[in-house]
Write a protein that binds this ligand. Structure first.
Ligand SMILES: Nc1ncnc2c1ncn2[C@@H]1O[C@H](COP(=O)(O)OP(=O)(O)O)[C@@H](O)[C@H]1O
Ligand SMILES: [Mg+2]
Length: 251
């Protein structure tokens, strides 16, 4: 059964067709990777799932409900969380505070800074946030400022900020970008643990080691169109995929 259904989505930026009749079905409880060369439209597509962009035409349905025309925080409250391509964390706050904010937002809706004082004193949310930090291996740094973290740790913090929302669907835009091989492998293990809990994941990823370690289904996007969708074993040798990358990636 598919949890996310994308039908004939088109998105133009001026004269540029960023998405051209995109169709995608993500089965509940699976890890679905979206790969493709730079500029293929991967981030644009993800933005259409979280309400940051509205498709010009087409439909996006999550759990039987249309995601079009509703606000990002409402989509988030339906159970969709996202790790952005560029980490979006609060650098001047501690790690534990960073993780408490999305927990609060999921429960109470759009976050307002003036409510911060009441959030910070909520024991339940604090305990949940702490659990998530230990999940991603950052519990020892809970009271440090997020802005001082390494790039890999910032990404892990972002994952904790998503997980604390107990999402049904987790969207990850290049989760291992800029990470060392060691950090990448830790992230793969972490994502495997998340998948085992039944969380559906859509992951955009350049690193083929990550893609083939995690994905059960792969959609290949090129110039705004899904050119192939298949299981990893079939994608590896597909000449259309090799062509799309023009030797830019090693499959
Ligand atoms: N907000 C925008 N305005 C204009 N063009 C954009 C915008 N966002 C993306 N694009 C263009 O759309 C195409 C797809 O971009 P993107 O979705 O970021 O690709 P990917 O994530 O696959 O690298 C690119 O040509 C990019 O320059
Ligand atoms: Mg991108």
């Amino acid at each position: 059964m598919s949890i996310l259904e994308v039908n004939n989505v088109n998105k133009n930026f001026g004269g540029l067709k960023a998405l051209n009749n995109v169709n995608l079905q993500v089965d509940a409880g699976t890890v679905h990777a979206i790969i493709g060369p730079n500029g293929a439209g991967k981030s644009t597509l993800l933005n259409c799932f979280v309400g940051r962009l509205e498709p010009d035409t087409g439909s996006v349905t999550f759990d039987g409900q249309s995601l079009l025309g509703i606000k990002p925080f409402q989509i988030n409250q339906l159970g969709v969380s996202r790790v952005f391509q560029t980490p979006e964390i609060f650098g001047a706050l501690t790690l534990i505070e960073n993780v408490m904010i999305p927990a609060f937002a999921k429960r109470d809706g759009a976050f307002h800074m003036e409510s911060w004082r009441s959030v910070a004193s909520e024991g339940d949310l604090h305990a949940q946030a702490m659990e998530m930090l230990s999940d991603v291996g950052l519990d020892a740094k809970a009271e440090e400022l997020a802005g001082q973290l390494s790039r890999g740790d910032k990404r892990r913090l972002e994952l904790a900020m998503c997980l604390v929302q107990n999402p049904k669907l987790l969207l990850l835009d290049e989760p291992t970008a800029g990470m060392s091989r060691g950090d990448t492998n830790n992230t793969i293990d972490l994502m495997k643990r998340i998948a085992q809990r039944g969380v559906t994941m859509v992951v955009i990823e350049h690193d083929m080691h990550v893609v083939f370690s995690l994905a059960e289904k792969i959609s290949v996007l090129a110039q705004g169109t899904v050119i192939v969708e298949d299981v990893p074993e079939k994608i590896k040798g597909d000449p259309r995929v090799q062509d799309a990358y023009l030797g830019g990636a090693h499959l």
